[in-house]
Design a protein around this ligand. Structure first.
Ligand SMILES: Cc1cc2nc3c(=O)[nH]c(=O)nc-3n(C[C@H](O)[C@H](O)[C@H](O)COP(=O)(O)O)c2cc1C
Length: 183
């Protein structure tokens, strides 16, 4: 397992098939084992799969962008609508805000980030490709209402999932000593 963690790479070039139902279930089981202060389970994963769902998600992106900038030209609008189609499946990872007196929201965000890492490690381990994206749209509050989120919730990422259409890169492993020191 440690080898899979060390060797994981992202893949942005993705095609069908998306993770199967059975594999997706396993990946989410892994995501739902993220460390979790006070057991709040502050996670929500919203799955967009297939043409119709990805079109709808692209429309959320377009409408949210237009609210910020109503002057967007036609080319920019088309580009936004197509964004989700870079993969056969996009999962929106959300940290819900529970407003617990002992758990600041940053911890809910961190926990969801750990969940996303488990999800993409699971994808890699099962032979799928994954790419964690944010970009300005993850921080655009106009994305929240169409996604059914509360204003205080945080979008932690848009996770693009599918089958790699190119060979996976190999990445050099950073030197441990450059990042770790004795205290
Ligand atoms: C929170 C977060 C947000 C990210 N957002 C983007 C993004 O919007 N666009 C992008 O190209 N890469 C983004 N990345 C980086 C990629 O997911 C990926 O980790 C990076 O390209 C390095 O590739 P590797 O995972 O194979 O080392 C983000 C990573 C994290 C952790």
């Amino acid at each position: 397992m440690i080898e899979s963690i060390i060797n994981r790479v992202s893949c942005g070039r993705l095609e069908a098939p998306a993770p199967s139902e059975e594999h997706l279930e396993l990946m989410f089981k892994a995501a739902l084992r993220a460390p979790d202060h006070k057991g709040l389970k502050p996670w929500e994963y919203i799955v967009f799969e297939g043409e119709e769902a990805l079109n709808r998600f692209g429309d959320y992106m377009l409408q949210a962008s237009l609210k910020d900038n109503p002057e967007l030209d036609e080319a920019a609008q088309e580009k936004l609508k197509k964004k989700p189609h870079r993969a056969p499946m996009v999962v929106v990872a959300v940290a819900k805000a529970n407003n617990h007196p002992k758990v600041p929201h940053i911890e809910e965000v961190l926990s969801t980030g750990a969940g996303v890492q488990n999800l993409i490690l699971g994808a890699y381990d099962l032979g799928y490709g994954a790419y964690w994206r944010t970009g300005s749209l993850a921080f655009n509050d106009h994305m929240k209402a169409p996604l059914g989120l509360d204003y205080e919730d945080t979008i932690v990422g848009f996770i693009y999932l599918g089958t790699p259409s190119v060979e996976l890169k190999t990445k050099p492993i950073p030197e441990v000593e450059n990042f770790v020191r004795k205290g």
